[in-house]
Ligand binder design. Structure first.
Ligand SMILES: Nc1ncnc2c1ncn2[C@@H]1O[C@H](COP(=O)(O)OP(=O)(O)OP(=O)(O)O)[C@@H](O)[C@H]1O
Ligand SMILES: N[C@@H](CCO)C(=O)O
Length: 293
């Protein structure tokens, strides 16, 4: 049996729209069992996801290796769907990695990242899901440039996962068509300085900049009304560093560990419709384990 695990990811980290992301310790697991005559996909997702070759993971694998032989696969996942925690990127990478292993394509991490970015359109979830930790990345339509982003290891990711789904496609249609020159300069300066602050382990500067996005959060505000509420709750506790995770609706706050309990208690007291989870950074990224029978 071959087991592929892929972590969840939180993209954007505030102003790093489509370019910054971090891997988190929630996982999609894909077990590849025996060869079969037609694809058999066991999964326990509650929606109407197919159990045959129409399944997204199989379709992704076949897009890379059209002659791939059908197998019995089992998909389990802790990553909630369409919540801004990179569920589609994790599934996509699992499919590409399955094709790479079963068809012995020997694609490198960079080649897999390139394929994944073409399919996803932007690298901010797929890069950290593949490589682990924080990643800054840019896709120019031909090549994916990427470099590690030092997200401090001693922080918690206090995560509010709303009870409703928000498809990335819907959250992207709310985005503005253009930004003025002046606003673009400010937006990229904020993002550049955030990256430098994180790489210098200056969490105070980083946390303030995380809340100064100009690219997407305002445009998505009506889709995620709890973002402003959670930011306000955190500010009352002198905690900064709250952002919309990926396309939302999950809201993330990066907090020093000694402030985690107070923020979690304050969020729970508010009774917002959703779950509060404390997540940690994943430093490994996609893993493949082969077990001899
Ligand atoms: N394990 C999976 N197996 C099959 N399809 C999946 C799986 N995970 C996600 N998907 C597909 O991806 C869709 C969600 O993708 P979408 O990009 O909208 O959100 P997300 O990836 O969870 O969030 P974000 O990109 O904002 O972090 C699901 O509705 C489903 O169609
Ligand atoms: N950068 C992406 C992440 C979700 O795929 C967005 O915010 O739309």
């Amino acid at each position: 049996m071959i087991t592929i695990t892929v972590p969840a990811t939180s993209a954007n980290i505030g102003p790093g729209f489509d370019s910054l992301g971090v891997a988190l310790q929630l996982y999609l697991t894909l077990e590849i069992h025996e060869e079969t005559t037609t694809w058999l996909v066991d999964h326990d997702f509650e929606n109407d996801m197919p159990h045959d070759e129409r399944h997204f993971i199989v379709q992704t694998a076949l897009s890379l290796s059209p002659t791939l032989k059908p197998h019995h696969i089992i998909v389990t996942s802790d990553i909630p769907l369409a919540r801004g925690l990179g569920s589609s990127s994790s599934a996509l990478l699992a499919g590409l990695a399955m094709a790479n292993v079963l068809s012995q394509l020997n694609l490198s991490h960079d080649e897999l990242l390139h394929q994944a970015t073409i399919l996803e359109g932007h690298p901010d979830n797929v890069a950290p899901a593949l490589l682990g930790g924080g990643v800054a990345a840019y896709y120019d339509g031909a090549r994916v440039f990427h470099a590690p982003l030092k997200v401090p290891k001693d922080v918690d990711f206090v995560t509010f996962i709303p009870s409703y789904e928000l498809l990335t496609s819907a959250a992207r249609s709310a985005l503005p068509h253009s930004l003025s020159f002046q606003e673009s300069v400010a937006a990229s300066a904020i993002s550049n300085t955030l990256v430098a602050a994180l790489n210098a382990n200056d969490l105070t500067t980083a946390s303030a900049l995380i809340e100064q996005d100009h690219f997407h959060e305002n445009a998505r505000a009506t889709l995620v009304p709890h973002l402003a509420i959670i930011r306000q709750i955190a500010h009352k506790l002198n905690i900064v560093g709250t952002y919309l995770s990926g396309a939302g609706p999950t809201v993330m706050t990066i907090v020093p560990k000694d402030q985690t309990d107070s923020l979690v208690s304050a969020l729970l007291a508010e009774n917002l419709p959703g779950r509060v989870k404390i997540l940690k950074q994943d430093l490994t990224g996609l893993k493949i384990m082969k077990e001899e029978k």
